[in-house]
Design a protein around this ligand. Structure first.
Ligand SMILES: NC(=O)c1ccc[n+]([C@@H]2O[C@H](COP(=O)([O-])OP(=O)(O)OC[C@H]3O[C@@H](n4cnc5c(N)ncnc54)[C@H](OP(=O)(O)O)[C@@H]3O)[C@@H](O)[C@H]2O)c1
Length: 247
């Protein structure tokens, strides 16, 4: 199996895209730390699903925006698995509003989770990976970080920030044989998009050349490739998984 002997930490893996990534990386042979912030029962279910298929996994609670909790999470992963080869920064939230109605706390919450969380976890992972001179960091951005979207200025700023941040650390970490890449999903069927009104869902569908919403596995397959040795010569890239929304 391609990821046999590797350890992966997937943030926000209790649901949606993160869950699909965690289960798929385990199918490829990795031991997986399933991070969550509040959905403990759902994280435990992900761990059980991995174990049922013969894999190894643990659930780790941490709010990625909180440095102390992130440091404790990495310590727990190292204590349990002894190493870390793959970090997938997937945890994310939305707090949508038009700019003139956007509350400061909605701006801060989205930037703290979606951007500062990526910085916190990447820094902790890089410290481990640099010593071993190998590693994979995969950050989940969004088409919204590339094209913008009315009502999501906080989310767009954070997701665009993730792209710039990833390119900067891809350059910093390349000499240590650590690859950093970004996956930018389009409209993927999860709790996050289920919350949108049907009129907006239909409007989005019209903008997808492939004519369907994405499935979390569409994202997981790309992350599996970026986590594997098959992508050793790819770094600092943004891979769109969006049915052709951005070309
Ligand atoms: N769905 C889409 O169409 C789409 C498109 C583009 C990009 N994305 C991005 O893909 C990622 C996953 O999205 P999704 O649709 O799967 O979202 P989701 O179904 O809402 O799941 C979000 C996950 O993030 C976790 N999370 C939220 N805040 C956290 C925090 N502070 N610390 C740790 N974990 C936290 C949640 O954990 P708890 O359950 O414990 O709160 C949950 O596991 C996000 O970064 C999102 O922005 C999604």
């Amino acid at each position: 199996m391609e990821l046999e002997g590797r350890t992966a930490l997937v943030t926000g893996a209790s649901r949606g895209i993160g869950r699909a990534i965690a289960v798929y990386l385990a199918e490829l042979g990795a031991q997986v730390a399933v991070n969550y912030s509040s959905s403990e029962q759902r994280a435990i279910e992900v761990v059980e699903a991995i174990k049922e298929k013969g894999g190894r996994a643990i659930a780790v609670k941490a709010d990625v925006s909180n440095l102390q909790e992130v440091e404790a999470m990495f310590e727990k992963v190292l204590n349990e698995f002894g190493d870390l080869h793959i970090l997938v920064n997937n945890a994310g939230i939305t707090r949508d509003a038009l700019l003139i109605r956007m509350k400061q706390e909605d701006w801060d919450a989205v930037l703290d989770t979606n951007l500062k969380g990526v910085y916190n976890c990447s820094k902790a992972a890089a410290k481990i990976m640099i010593k071993k001179r190998r590693g994979k960091i995969i950050n989940i951005s969004s088409v919204v970080g590339v094209a913008g979207n009315a009502g999501q200025s906080n989310y767009a700023a954070a997701k665009a920030g993730v792209i710039g941040f990833s390119k900067a650390i891809a350059r910093e970490l390349a000499p240590r044989n650590i690859q950093v890449n970004v996956v930018a999903p389009g409209f993927i069927e999860t709790d996050m998009t289920a919350a949108l009104p049907e009129s907006i869902r239909q409007e989005m569908l019209k903008q997808i050349p492939l004519g369907r919403y994405g499935d979390p596995m569409d994202v997981a397959y790309v992350v599996g490739f970026l986590a594997s040795d098959k992508s050793q010569y790819i770094t600092g890239q943004v891979i769109h998984v969006d049915g052709g929304m951005i070309m």
